[in-house]
Design a protein around this ligand. Structure first.
Ligand SMILES: O=C(O)C(=O)C[C@]1(C(=O)O)C=C[C@@H](O)C=C1
Length: 277
């Protein structure tokens, strides 16, 4: 039996991604666990409370989910064993029967607030913005409120908390997708259609990042993502997250990673896993 966790409460996009993962990978024997924050979720995998955590890692409009990247790089020794991509439609949710003109506060997770920046600025430029841990948590708060608050979240959350969808599809672009990483204590075996994630930092010398990227060029390895985050020890120092096509057991990728490890001042392997089709 696999214990799978996600960012709750019910009605989050993380729940949708988790159900999609279970269906896609035909997982039959499982138990579901809900967490109030992404960090709680990842630490629950680390301390073996659960086996796998489905955590958002990047969104096509708002970019990286920093908390997921930072914890994977610095705080745990876990791996990505799978990925799921779902389309995200954001809606403005209000308490049923309340006056939309009375909205003074918009509540959501920071990612959806960022995904709906244009909508908020044009329609509710004076609203107070309140950040909470998840879209479903925001919906729950609106359901319990006096009608002065609106949440940004999914149609499922509207349903779960009995809210009205005042405006549908309010994200800045119709194309909006979030990639979730399935975080576990081990990664996955080679399927022939895989991706590999690593994080590293380079020495503070001219051309050091270039020399690492050139390894992928020489081995003809396709890079699908590069993201930098502060190294957190000094302003101007960074760590780099890179996704590559291939599996750690592919000869070329294995050789390339050995070289990267040698040329970097910090290196951590984050897992090989099947590409979400
Ligand atoms: O709040 C939720 O519904 C979540 O599942 C979190 C989260 C995120 O952190 O990116 C997941 C997908 C969407 O991009 C918006 C919010």
């Amino acid at each position: 039996m696999i214990k799978i966790g996600y960012l709750g409460p019910k009605g989050t996009f993380s729940q949708e991604a988790t159900l999609r993962y279970i269906e896609e990978r035909k997982i039959e024997d499982y138990e579901i666990y809900e967490y109030n924050g992404i960090s709680d979720l990842i630490f629950a995998v680390d301390n073996k409370e659960i086996d796998e955590g489905v955590a958002p890692i990047e969104n096509s409009l708002e970019g990286a989910v920093n908390v997921t990247l930072d914890i994977l790089a610095a705080d745990v020794n876990l791996m990505i064993k799978d990925e799921i991509v779902i389309s995200i439609v954001q809606n403005l949710l209000i308490k049923k029967g309340t006056d939309p003109d009375k909205i003074q506060c918009i509540i959501s997770h920071p990612q959806p607030i960022g995904q709906c920046r244009k909508f908020i600025n044009s329609k509710y430029p004076n609203a107070h913005i309140k950040y909470v841990y998840s879209t479903a948590g925001a919906a729950e708060e609106v359901a319990q409120g006096d009608g002065s608050k609106a949440a940004i979240g999914s149609a499922i959350a509207a349903n779960v908390y009995g809210l009205e969808m005042l405006e549908k599809g309010i994200q800045d672009s119709e194309i909006n997708a979030t990639r979730f990483a399935v975080i576990a204590r081990n990664d996955s075996v080679r399927t022939g259609n895989d991706k590999t994630s690593i994080v590293f930092s380079t020495e503070d010398k001219p051309g050091s990042l270039y020399r690492i990227l050139d390894i992928f060029n020489l081995w003809d390895i396709n890079m699908t993502r590069i993201e930098s985050r502060p190294a957190k020890n000094e302003l101007g120092k960074y760590i780099f997250f890179i996704d590559l096509l291939g599996h750690k057991d592919d000869e070329d990728l294995k050789d390339a990673l050995t070289m990267v490890k040698r040329k970097s001042s910090f290196y951590k392997f984050l897992g090989s896993y099947p590409i979400f089709a």
